[in-house]
Design a protein around this ligand. Structure first.
Ligand SMILES: [Zn+2]
Length: 345
């Protein structure tokens, strides 16, 4: 399928409305039907904001991953609910997020929930925008599981999770999903101390059955839990190995890094499409449409319009909704400004 030039897209997550966050902390007060209704309403809100902005590609905003049981980990058998995080007070950081103990064989007989999310999005979204599903890759998913005797290190856990993610991707395609992002931000965060060829091999094994059956992309950022990054924020360690990733599009975080190393998008565009993060999800400066247009023009120095998509740097879940909404609107408007300059409808 031919993609429109200068496409606007998003990374999966969108901020929870305040009422949803409150409800997610008090789920025991709700019945199963109440929760179903709440999940639909939350997806309707996230879809509304993305459609109002005029995006070409939208997601469900990951609005239904309300708690452990509804998260990917809640679908995986053989793990125990996270223990209290090692640090519970003080400034926000990754160590305030608990890790899960492995208690048996890692299996997901009910899948990971992404198919249900996609079908809900399809039921609730208007005709027009492309509907995208996001699934974490096995290396990223393994990061919150604690190795044990059976799975002695992160790679052993990753190898066990890879077929689980692979089955989810196959089921998404079977359900009619035609655009899937496999999120692997842990690969970009830790690429500086790992073998990027090994990452490419893991990725290939995971996505192999769906290559060519959907538009496949990956999201590589430097972490955004509570708006904080992890690891040295350079893509250099991943390339050129990652040019071999079997995807149609690679997404890179650029805005929060002041577009350091932007010329790398030229190399990527020689092989596949590139989605550039041109909205800083960590900053409360709201980029204007003119700011966005200037950033798009800068990207055009390195890559042709038909190879370029634009998105925020990461999912917007850690950005207040008023800011997320304004940023998406201005992103889409800024891209439209350049489309008009170039005579692209
Ligand atoms: Zn991210």
């Amino acid at each position: 399928m031919v993609q429109p030039a200068l496409r606007t897209t998003v990374i999966g997550s969108y901020p929870f409305p305040g009422w949803l966050e409150f409800a997610s902390r008090n789920l025991e007060e709700f019945g199963a039907a109440d929760i179903e209704e709440m999940q639909d309403d939350a997806v309707i809100a996230a879809v509304h904001d993305q459609v109002a902005a005029g995006l070409d590609v939208i997601t469900d905003g990951e609005q239904t991953r309300l708690d452990f049981n509804l998260s990917f980990y809640g679908y995986i058998e053989g793990i125990a609910l996270e223990a209290a995080p090692p640090r519970r007070f003080g400034p926000p950081a990754h160590d305030q997020r608990g890790r899960h103990e492995i208690t048996g064989e890692l299996r997901a007989p009910r899948g990971l929930g992404a198919v249900e999310e996609y079908l809900r999005l399809k039921r609730l979204a208007p005709k027009g925008p492309v509907l995208k599903a996001s699934v974490p890759g096995p290396y990223t998913l393994s990061g919150r599981l604690v190795p044990n005797g059976r799975y002695p290190d992160r790679y052993a856990i990753t190898r066990a999770l890879s077929p689980i993610v692979r089955a989810e991707l196959e089921n998404l395609v079977a359900a009619g999903c035609r655009e899937i992002t496999v999120d692997e931000p842990s690969m970009s965060c830790y690429g500086y101390r790992e073998d990027p060829e090994r990452f490419v091999d893991i990725f290939f094994r995971t996505v192999e059955p769906v290559i060519g059956n959907c538009r496949l992309s990956t999201h590589l950022c430097f972490g955004n839990y509570k708006g904080r990054a992890v690891g040295p924020r350079s893509y250099a360690p991943l390339f050129p190995a990652f040019l071999k990733l079997p995807v149609d599009e690679i997404h890179l975080e650029m805005a929060s890094r002041e577009f350091a190393g932007l010329e790398a998008i030229g190399d990527i565009a020689g092989a596949k499409d590139v989605a550039v993060g041109i909205i800083d999800v960590k900053s409360y400066y709201i980029e204007t449409p003119e700011d966005v247009a200037a950033r798009v023009r800068r990207c055009l120095r390195y890559a042709p319009p038909e190879r370029l998509s634009f998105a925020p740097d990461c999912g917007l879940s850690q950005t207040a909704r008023w800011a997320a909404r304004a940023k998406l609107q201005n992103m889409a408007e800024g891209v439209r400004l350049v489309r008009r300059e170039l005579g692209l409808a």
